[in-house]
Design a protein around this ligand. Structure first.
Ligand SMILES: NC(=O)c1ccc[n+]([C@@H]2O[C@H](COP(=O)([O-])OP(=O)(O)OC[C@H]3O[C@@H](n4cnc5c(N)ncnc54)[C@H](OP(=O)(O)O)[C@@H]3O)[C@@H](O)[C@H]2O)c1
Length: 178
């Protein structure tokens, strides 16, 4: 069970998650979109550090700066938007397609394998059966060190979706009702 955004009474919400964990109502607790400042702050004052932090993570936004902070707290990085929802020519990216051709895999499969192989858990969304099958078939091959290095160079270090510090985004997201 995760907190979606670090806004509002997220400490109160986190305490409720800790209680749910203790009473066996859930098996793991965590956060999402908690960037460095919120993540470090939260970890100073909780009993159970987040098991997971779900962040936008894909080949163009690899969350390099967040990884040591997550590792330090034993928090697993989980990728939302692991295929960048197809943005930025994702599925026809020449680095991904050329590497994929060597292994008879698609760009999507190479991109997911890159995440898995670098210790990131990924939750791709797929509505077609073909995509779902492709996305499961990433455990029967391994990228070489050179492939990993080439894909690492695709990182831009910035979001393709949203600036979480933008006041208009904060107003929008905090106005959503369950
Ligand atoms: N925590 C957060 O703030 C947050 C934010 C955004 C998203 N999420 C979650 O993250 C998960 C996935 O992220 P997402 O939906 O944003 O995007 P995504 O997984 O990066 O991309 C989904 C898109 O990729 C296509 N696709 C999937 N597999 C493919 C393949 N093998 N080849 C080609 N195209 C493929 C899908 O098409 P089809 O549907 O046609 O198969 C869909 O259009 C969802 O569960 C979502 O709820 C969380």
């Amino acid at each position: 069970m995760l907190i979606h955004q670090p806004f509002g009474d997220f400490y109160g919400t986190y305490r409720a998650l800790e209680a749910a964990l203790k009473s066996g109502k859930c098996r793991a607790i965590g956060v999402s979109n908690f960037f460095a400042d919120r993540m470090v702050d939260l970890c100073q004052f909780v009993e159970v550090k987040p098991h997971v932090n779900q962040l936008e993570t894909h080949v163009f936004q690899q969350q390099a700066a967040m990884r040591p902070i997550l590792a330090e707290n034993g928090t697993q990085l989980q990728a939302w938007g692991p295929l960048a929802e197809g943005k930025n020519g994702f599925f026809t990216n020449p680095v991904l397609t050329e590497i994929g051709a060597k292994y008879h895999k698609s760009a999507a499969q190479v991109a997911l394998r890159f995440l898995v192989q670098s210790g990131v858990s990924a939750i791709p969304k797929a509505s077609s059966r073909d995509h779902m099958e492709q996305n499961f078939a990433v455990f029967d091959f391994a990228l070489s060190a050179e492939d990993m290095e080439q894909i690492t160079k695709l990182d831009t270090g910035s979001s393709l979706f949203v600036n979480h510090s933008d006041p208009n985004f904060v107003k929008y997201i905090t106005s959503l009702k369950a």
